[in-house]
Design a protein around this ligand. Structure first.
Ligand code: COD
Length: 305
């Protein structure tokens, strides 16, 4: 059977464009890279921006990059402690379809998302998913969770995986190959990540993750290389064709993501799943293209009426 996979961001973009424009609230939008991404997404017909932040600074930066703000709504909130709350308000009040983090600390932004009243929780664990287009790889790779949950336990890893599978199936992928990433292939109580990986693989065999094959514990080489598996004498149904890495901690996910970008020249896009709406959560140092692609991912997964 031929499986549905994406070769790169362009194919995601084509699909997102067919959905029409979504209104996105951007918290702390006064940042040149953020505005460049917004400008591109607006030009491509993906979004209508609601820019929250220091309006005079937003206007000054927009002028520098030749971004005409006529199609944007501007909300003045210069206080960094308030700016994320204003952007979350725009979503809660039904004004914005999804949310984006601008030039602001991730934890501060996330606390506004998670606020107990008028926040964006749903009862599901929120988790981060990043997508990568890696030169030399014929299909996109995904990593979860390198951005939100710091050291998830087994139950939380299951929820993190379910969030990602829901997203990937939602954008049209089927038969998703998941590797629960560890440092080796043997379940060992001294390495708790391997025990969790084994448990998740067992859940997969029991049918807990329809539409996915989940294997682990497995190290990175066996996830991406059939030759490495053969050399190590490991049998794997996925056979080096991983789609999604489920990582044990935020540090592993963050280092894997940044290694792909800085050592392998990958383009990365990150979003937060499990909230009332998709949330673009990129690193402040990400390029405008990376932020634009994250907007594309969010636009693809926003609820549509
Ligand atoms: N999903 C749903 N609810 C959550 C989640 C989650 N993933 N995390 C926390 N909550 C709820 C808790 O149940 C609690 O009710 C409330 O939110 C506060 O949770 P705490 O006590 O853990 O809150 P904080 O403020 O100490 O931590 C929450 C953060 C999201 C800020 C924290 O987990 C964090 O800093 N994560 C890493 C973010 C980051 O720096 N990423 C870097 C790469 S972009």
């Amino acid at each position: 059977m031929k499986c549905m996979r994406f070769s790169g961001f362009e194919s995601l973009l084509d699909k997102a464009k067919s959905f029409g424009r979504a209104r996105v609230a951007v918290a702390a939008a006064a940042d040149k890279e953020v505005l460049e991404a917004i400008k591109l997404a607006e030009k491509e017909g993906l979004i209508t921006p609601i820019l929250v932040g220091d309006v005079s600074e937003i206007k000054r930066l927009a002028q520098q990059i030749d971004f005409n703000l006529n199609g944007a709504e501007l909300i003045h909130e210069p206080n960094p402690e308030e700016v994320s709350h204003k952007a979350v308000d725009a979503v809660v009040e039904g004004h914005a379809h999804f949310l984006m983090k601008g030039l602001i600390n991730s934890a501060d932004f996330l606390r506004a998302v998670l606020r107990p009243t008028r926040g964006l929780r749903t009862g599901v664990l929120l988790s981060h998913l990043s997508a990568f287009q890696v030169p030399g790889f014929s299909r996109m790779l995904f990593v979860t969770d390198g951005g939100m949950n710091i050291a998830p336990n087994l139950a939380q890893k299951k929820e993190i995986l379910e969030n990602s599978l829901l997203f990937l199936k939602g954008i049209g992928m089927d038969s998703i190959n998941v590797i629960v990433l560890t440092a080796n292939e043997v379940a060992n109580a001294k390495m708790p990540a391997t025990i969790d990986a084994q448990a998740l693989a067992e859940m997969s065999l029991a049918g807990d993750f329809p539409g996915a094959i989940v294997e682990g514990p497995l190290a990175l080489d066996g996830a991406v290389s059939a030759a490495a598996l053969k050399h190590k004498g490991i049998s794997s149904q996925i056979n080096g064709e991983v789609d999604l890495f489920l990582v044990p901690t935020i540090e592993v996910g963050n280092v894997l993501a940044k290694s792909l970008v800085y050592f392998a020249g990958a383009t990365m896009a990150g979003i937060l799943l499990g909230a009332q709406v998709p949330i673009v959560l990129t690193s402040r140092s990400d390029t405008p293209r990376s932020k634009f692609m994250a907007l594309t991912m969010a636009a693809l997964s926003r609820p549509r009426s």
